[in-house]
Design a protein around this ligand. Structure first.
Ligand code: IMP
Length: 440
């Protein structure tokens, strides 16, 4: 049984928590796209104390002993960021070694010149900046598509590494100079490259065969998406997107698994909406309510610390995510953030150029003109923090959830009512409808 977890909005939906909840029930946890632009926060109670882990590149499953974590071929890997993350996990008492962390030899590398290019390109965009995380993600994927990138496998061949790094550094510096960015030091890059080679090489292998053999051998795989459907390079609000397929397609191309091996997909969605960076956001609240949600929800980027933009739940987005990814079910997060509101709005359609539509327009300009058509429902004005049974939720909260499910056309398998693992309602019937049986 192999399951994909996918962001159904613009990211930061709380995928880390859902993956963390599911990880004990799977043998292998794999990332398939994106890089350390992601920020998956997991709170775990260890030895009676809450410990917070913020994972950027390594699958959230790493905090569970006995699981194999894989960084698939579709991920872009910054070797220094990877080593920093391994160090910080070890400092928090998590075992990371070449048996529980495997990196695809086909995964492309993010190198310092990609970061310099990301900065220079964003600066050149002025007011139309994408608001990237400045981690070099876009330029690394550009090099991949232009067939000039270095891959993790290149780190296992020190004999040719110097030549490849030297060639790419010279080419990149020409481009950086044209864009008025900060040139990178070629000698330093080559030195760093060989250091990374020694430290990272033990983790590098052919994960395509590893994952397929595991699946064929009856092991269960959890595929951990990063970013989200609306940030997908093809299906998101282009050009205000990330540079990978963060919807279901990425789970195929980014692992080498065939579609028939992905048995179920669950989308993670907040009870409201957030977005970081630029780009259209129809239900955005630029008022006291938006600030209230940001403050109560702690809506600040896990990777960059940037305040997140906040807004009401957008059912047009939810339905689109269900359609694009073929989501079997949803996981609703952060319900408790809405606990003290008198009224809650749900966007059920858009009005664009005087016409009502229930579809996402292809064009970001049209999307930014979209006026939300709202349905208003009464708030429940009661604490839901920590509730772990659906029937214990206030009736109005249950009604809100039922309406979201109806509008999204997918049932909720999880409802998260707090950051901790046990602050979750698990709908076992919905899960077993997806073929998942959790021993809870
Ligand atoms: P990049 O992925 O750094 O190139 O950034 C492209 C866009 O995706 C920007 O708007 C970022 O804010 C957004 N983005 C990238 N990663 C995440 C994430 O993990 N959560 C939310 N937004 C993200």
């Amino acid at each position: 049984m192999n399951l994909a977890i996918i962001g159904a909005q613009w990211g930061d939906e709380g995928k880390g928590k859902i993956v963390d909840l599911l990880a004990p029930h799977f043998d292998v946890v794999t990332r398939y796209q994106g890089g350390h632009n992601a920020g998956h926060t997991v709170i775990i109670r260890r030895g009676g104390v809450d410990q917070k882990f913020v994972l950027h590149l390594i699958p959230s499953g790493i905090t569970h002993p006995g699981k194999t974590c894989v960084i698939g071929n579709g991920v872009v890997v910054d070797p220094q960021a990877l080593l920093n993350e391994v160090d910080s996990l070890r400092a928090q008492g998590i075992e990371v070694n070449h048996r529980n962390l495997l990196i695809s030899n086909r995964a492309h590398l993010i190198l310092p010149y990609h970061v310099a290019l990301d900065r220079a390109i964003e600066a050149g965009r002025g007011g139309a900046a994408v608001g990237t995380t400045m981690r070099g993600i876009g330029p690394a994927y550009e090099d991949k598509m232009a067939r000039r990138g270095l891959r993790a496998g290149d780190l296992t061949d020190p004999a040719t590494l110097t030549e490849k790094l030297s060639h790419n550094a010279k080419q990149a510096n020409r481009l950086i100079a044209m864009l008025g960015g900060d040139l990178i030091n070629e000698k330093q890059l080559i030195e760093d490259g060989h250091r990374w080679s020694q430290l990272v090489a033990p983790h590098i292998c052919d994960t395509t065969y590893f994952l397929n053999n595991a699946a064929r051998g009856g092991k269960s795989l959890l595929l951990e998406g990063a970013q989200a459907t609306m940030l997908d390079i093809d299906h998101g609000t282009y050009p205000f997107v990330t540079s990978s397929n963060s919807s279901i397609g990425g789970a195929i191309t980014g692992t080498g698994l065939p579609p028939s091996q992905i048995n179920c997909a669950i989308g993670v969605i907040k009870a409201y909406t957030t977005r970081v960076g630029g780009g259209p956001f129809p239900t955005e609240l630029n008022d006291a309510m938006g600030e209230h949600i940001r403050a109560r929800g702690g809506e600040y980027g896990a990777s960059t610390g940037r305040p997140r933009r906040t807004g009401w739940f957008d059912a047009v987005v939810a339905r689109y995510a269900v359609m694009i990814n073929g989501l079997d079910a949803l996981a609703l997060t952060k319900l408790d953030v809405l606990d003290d509101l008198d009224e809650i709005k749900i966007c059920v359609a858009y009005r664009i150029g005087g016409r009502e539509t229930d579809q996402i327009p292809y064009d970001a300009n049209q999307m930014s003109e979209a006026e939300p058509v709202y349905e208003t429902i009464p708030g429940w004005k009661e604490k839901t923090v920590g509730v772990s049974r659906f029937e214990d939720l206030p009736e109005k909260a249950r009604n809100y959830i039922a309406r979201l499910a109806e509008l999204s056309s997918a049932p909720f398998a999880f409802i998260s009512t707090g950051a901790e693992r046990n602050e979750t309602i698990i709908e076992t019937e919905v899960l077993s409808g997806c073929g998942i049986r959790l021993a809870v």
